[in-house]
Design a protein around this ligand. Structure first.
Ligand code: NAD
Length: 496
């Protein structure tokens, strides 16, 4: 059985207890991943620390050249990477390709690091005095990532962290670690010095070791809200800079004037793509008026029944399996709770059998109507192919509903009314907003981040915020007095 090792100092390290990695389409174990502990994390941090000063002093343009080569390698190896994503995560190959391309966008943005790191300079802030601000790397920083985007989410983090002059340790999800490892390993081929990038696999023990290690100066986390909150509290208590992105419950609002055919097509992909296992997936459709709700459901039902579901590695499908047997059971538990709490299950995807893949973790698309805010299927993140329809009387009621939810990652509105769209954009308490765009995931040169309990910390992921997150400002004020001058002591606070 193949073993998945850590990456320390440019070498594979096969150390630690082994954990099974499954193919969710077959339910079979495909490999075993080595689980890191405190000693292994210490080894990875020591290697990163040793590489730091030379890397920090490498000119930004040279650091950018590594990113240019890395982008090229990612494109050349795309088929291998997507095959691994699909095999261990279960998402379709086409979806894996989309994920990788969105990840590569972040490498492209990091290629511009010489421009992004240019500091601010002011000549003559006082007589013969100049001042400038520099953006200097933090040192060793770490990233802890979720299973649902094993290539893209790590690429939100380390291309920019490394381009800014930091050394990075990635702790990818233990559920689908192979593609995260392959992508990171390509950096060596791209010319990155050993030690600058490390990968430590594992679970809580490895994460806690990173949170406790004094030499780890910053932590980027993406995952579920309870863990994000824990990472933020523990990391900041230990004096680290932390950004921790959490879970979501994303609402799409359908106004009476929405172009419903296009909106339904958009909603199908946003709700059921990747089996709903996206932090930006739409899991609640808020219909303004019963007529909109009835029409939307009438159009959705046949589309959901027609979803093509099977092993992700087969081409031309809409949906693969969910990540694990536990996740399948958990989602089915939510569906049962929804029924018991009084929602109308108009499409029930439970019990789906894919011929030849009877042990796979498959679930058909599910649709609930007449969902109300106190139901657990509304309040909690299901992270599966389950869409809830909530009926409201007005746009104001839709906004109030969304603003009252604990999560605030993404949302969107479908309308032809510019005034309604503008009001929505102004009033909604959510970090990423789409106007007739179902998945408003910002491009790499903007930043990604939710509000409320979808993000703990002050700076969002990737884009301009990531340059600020992975550097700290140093402001230098410099004076070169004229040789003949004599300056008296000044006891009053210096001012012009
Ligand atoms: P998760 O929180 O279970 O795991 C995320 C990471 O934390 C993994 O690397 C895991 O090993 C580690 N971890 C798990 N339990 C831990 C513990 N007790 N202590 C320390 N570390 C622990 O999340 P997941 O199931 O892998 O991913 C799905 C979640 O991620 C969803 O909630 C989804 O919304 C969220 N997500 C959010 C974003 C975003 O940008 N906001 C993006 C993708 C996914």
């Amino acid at each position: 059985m193949r073993k998945i090792g850590h990456l320390i100092n440019g070498e594979q390290v096969l150390q630690g207890e082994l954990l099974d990695v499954f193919n969710p389409s077959t339910g079979q174990v495909t490999s075993r991943v080595c689980m890191g502990d405190e000693a292994l994390v210490a080894q990875a941090v020591a290697a990163a620390k040793a590489a730091f000063s030379a890397w920090r002093d490498t000119p930004p343009a040279k650091r950018a050249r590594v990113m240019f080569r890395f982008k090229q390698l990612l494109e050349e190896r795309a088929d291998d990477i997507c095959a691994l994503i699909s095999e261990e995560h279960g998402k379709t190959l086409e979806d894996a390709r989309g994920e990788l391309l969105r990840g590569i966008e972040n490498v492209e943005y990091a290629c511009g690091v010489p421009e992004l790191l240019k500091g601010d300079y002011t000549r003559n802030v006082g007589p013969n005095i100049d001042a400038w601000s520099d953006f200097q790397p933090l040192g060793v920083v770490a990233g802890i990532t979720p299973f649902n985007f094993p290539a893209m989410v790590p690429l939100w983090m380390y291309p920019m962290a490394i381009a800014c002059g930091n050394c990075f340790i990635l702790k990818p999800s233990e559920k689908d670690p192979s593609s995260s490892l392959l992508v990171a390993a390509l950096l060596k081929e791209a010319g990155l010095p050993d030690g600058v990038m490390g990968v430590v696999h594992g679970g809580k023990a490895a994460v806690d070791a990173l949170l406790n290690h004094k030499q780890v100066k910053g932590i980027s986390f993406v995952g579920s809200t309870p863990i994000a909150e824990y990472i933020y509290a523990r990391g900041t208590a230990n004096g680290k800079r932390v950004q921790a992105l959490g879970g979501a419950k994303n609402h799409a609002v359908f106004m009476p004037d929405a172009d419903l055919d296009n909106a339904v097509n958009a909603l199908m992909g946003a709700a059921y793509g990747s089996c709903g296992e996206r932090c930006m997936a739409i899991s609640v459709a808020v219909c303004v008026g019963d007529a909109v709700a009835d029409a939307l459901i009438a159009k959705l039902e046949p589309e959901i029944h027609a979803l093509k579901i099977g092993p992700g590695t087969q081409r031309g499908l809409d949906m693969g399996p969910v990540i694990s047997r536990e996740q399948l059971t958990r989602i089915e538990g939510y569906i049962q709770a929804g029924v018991e709490q009084g929602a109308e299950l108009t499409v029930d995807g439970r019990g789906l059998q894919v011929p030849g893949h009877e042990q796979g973790y498959f679930l058909g698309g599910c649709l609930f109507d007449r969902v109300t805010p106190e139901m657990s299927i509304y309040r909690e993140e299901i992270f599966g192919p389950v869409l809830c329809v909530v009926r409201v009387a007005s746009l104001e009621a839709a906004i109030e509903l969304i603003n009252a939810h604990e999560y605030g990652n993404g949302t969107c509105i479908f309308t032809r009314d510019g005034e309604a769209a503008r009001l929505f954009g102004d009033e909604i308490e959510v970090g990423m907003v789409g106007i007739n765009v179902p998945l408003p995931v910002p491009v790499s040169y903007h930043s990604f981040g939710g509000w409320k309990r979808s993000l703990f910390g002050d700076l969002s992921a990737y884009g301009p915020d990531s340059v600020r997150f992975y550097t700290r400002r140093k402001t230098i004020t410099q004076k070169w007095p004229e040789r003949a001058s004599h300056e008296a002591s000044q006891f009053a606070f210096p001012s012009l």
